[in-house]
Design a protein around this ligand. Structure first.
Ligand SMILES: [Zn+2]
Ligand SMILES: [Zn+2]
Length: 130
């Protein structure tokens, strides 16, 4: 076994790449349960740090993954494409979206639904139920 010398210039630090959440023991992603999601440090576009367990074999995994891949595991509810929902957090471009203020969304004439407006650094905005 030989060791490969690391020759990485300071300006081209290799970025972590996303890996599909997968249980290597069960060879499926069917039983995966997402435990936590957070931005990478430093943050990477469309990548998040995800921790998950497999409810079938109790396996535990943690690694960077693409937002869209994690959304599949979470059972994307179709709120919006490429938006990942985890608890009260919505993640876009690999970062939790920021609260951009509050607004009242008038869906029906006599029904007002309080909403939060979330904004991503890319300019994407999403209105979510408060
Ligand atoms: Zn498993
Ligand atoms: Zn975004």
């Amino acid at each position: 076994m030989s060791t490969t010398p690391l020759a990485i210039a300071p300006t081209s630090v290799s970025a972590p790449s996303g890996r599909r959440p997968w249980c290597e023991y069960c060879h499926t992603d069917e039983h995966l349960v997402v435990e936590s999601i957070g931005p990478l440090s430093p943050s990477q576009r469309d990548l998040v740090d995800v921790e998950y367990t497999c409810s079938e074999c109790d396996g535990y995994y943690a690694h960077p993954a693409a937002v869209c891949q994690v959304a599949k595991i979470l059972g994307d509810d179709g709120t919006a494409p490429s938006v990942l929902r985890f608890g009260h957090d919505y993640i876009h471009c690999g970062e939790p979206m920021q609260d951009a203020g509050r607004d009242i969304y008038r869906g029906l004439p006599d029904v007002t639904v309080p909403t939060r407006i979330l904004r991503c650094r890319c300019g994407f905005r999403l209105a979510v139920p408060n």
